[in-house]
Design a protein around this ligand. Sequence first.
Ligand code: NCC
Length: 276
Amino acid sequence: KGQQKTSKSRQEMLCQMKQQAKLRTLDGSEQPFSHLGFQQLAPPKLQQMYKTCAVVTSAGAILNSSLGREIDSHDAVLRFNAAPCKDYERDVGSKTTIRIINSQILANHIHKFNSSLLFKNITLVAWDPAPYNIDLHKWYQHPDYDLFKPYINHRNNFPEQPFYILHPSFIWNLWDIVQSNTQENIQPNPPSSGFLGIIMMMNFCEEVHVYEYIPSMRQTSLCHYYETYYDAACTLGAYHPLLYEKVLVKRMSAASEEDLKKKGKVTLPGFSKIKC
Ligand code: NCC
């Protein structure tokens, strides 16, 4: 009773993650990208290792957390899309090492991808929902939002800035892992940037500290800490299988009740620390 027969232990889930969620970015070795010169265009593979990392979600609940100092104490800090630090340093910190951006950021001019300081002097990782069957030709012709033209431009204009595109196989592998650990049928849409980022960081951090992904006692329907827009779906999910991602992250984590409640923080071991 209670325990479901099909549910894996924490260790088994971590092991599945380590074995099936190796980071993969577009390297131009496949068509149509090889023909388009992506082999020369893509930067050298990401391989720096960090000891401790922070993943800072954009949830409204991080407001009034005073977590900024703790977040900045990590060796690397991951942020999402257009989430700012300026004016929110006390709660979210001021250090950014990597930013995951969905293709709307590249395609939609309101985000000023080319000129905004949010996207300068950091590593960028972009993604777009490709078809589940990973038909790269179809994806290139019909991305959800056109990220390829802005990517090519940006790589040519700022060749020194590390800028990657997630390989769709990484994204859909993660979806498969969420589904394989969930009783219900989840929606056939990619995981949220938050989940992609958490698992990406497990690839090159010994310890991953995730803030306000699993909601703290400050849980609110305020969608983002940086704008006054209220929608509970931001925290629980509509398009993305967010709720199921969060259940999985919580099951994989080793966090005290206190860290969860007060900080909305869970800690995950990096792949290098998982023994299978
Ligand atoms: O909102 P978004 O995500 O940029 O948030 C980044 C990640 O933080 C986690 N989050 C956010 C808010 C909240 N209340 N609770 C949370 O747990 C999630 O893990 C989320 O992924 C995205 O995933 O890329 C998303 O992007 C926005 C939007 O495109 C960008 O902010 C750019 O404006 C999407 N919103 C819309 O398309 C309207 C959102 O669905 C997902």
